[in-house]
Design a binder for this molecule. Sequence first.
Ligand SMILES: CC(C)(COP(=O)(O)OP(=O)(O)OC[C@H]1O[C@@H](n2cnc3c(N)ncnc32)[C@H](O)[C@@H]1OP(=O)(O)O)[C@@H](O)C(=O)NCCC(=O)NCCS
Length: 185
Amino acid sequence: MELTTGRLRLDILRDSDADALFRYRSDPSVARYQGWCPASPDEALAFIRRQQNLSLDQPDGWLQLAIRRTGEDVLIGDLGLHLPTEQDGSYEFGISIAPACQGKGYAREAAGALLDFLFGSLKAHRVHASIDPRNLASAALLRSLGMRQEAHFRESLKWHGEWADDVIFALLDREWPAKSAVAGH
Ligand SMILES: CC(C)(COP(=O)(O)OP(=O)(O)OC[C@H]1O[C@@H](n2cnc3c(N)ncnc32)[C@H](O)[C@@H]1OP(=O)(O)O)[C@@H](O)C(=O)NCCC(=O)NCCS
């Protein structure tokens, strides 16, 4: 699977991405609200290798895409896509951008392309994202994509040894074309 935008290319993770993936994923500002934080470059490499055999046909799996700037090989982020359990048309995603590359609109551009692909090519019915409400950057990103806050579960997840709230943002297929046009994706 490969997606392109004006400035970005989203494709598979490669072995050569392990160091970059380890560096930004283990940065405390990126790891704080995430379930997975590699302990070493080797653990990042093992994660990448497990990913390389996955495809869009894999029910109930997480497919992790690499985010790179057009014409560059360097990994600047990753986008995780959870595939429907039984082709029920409901997808989930999460995204991380390396700290040095944040604040440039890359997450919005990458996630916008993913939403276009899911609603356009895969005929998704619903796409959602689950975040810790203290993660203000994520909430701002999801709102900027036109996603609605639908639920707020109190202390429903254990992150890094403490109970945390879980907030769900979602978007339906019939809502996306208008958002897509407004956002210019
Ligand atoms: C959340 C994250 C992916 C955003 O990446 P980014 O490339 O900096 O985001 P963008 O530049 O595309 O910004 C998207 C929107 O969010 C807003 N935003 C981004 N960071 C913000 C912050 N720290 N505080 C407030 N708003 C912020 C931007 O202003 C923009 O809104 P706009 O389109 O209305 O102007 C990034 O902060 C990150 O990787 N965080 C750590 C990983 C993480 O927690 N991921 C979970 C995500 S589900």
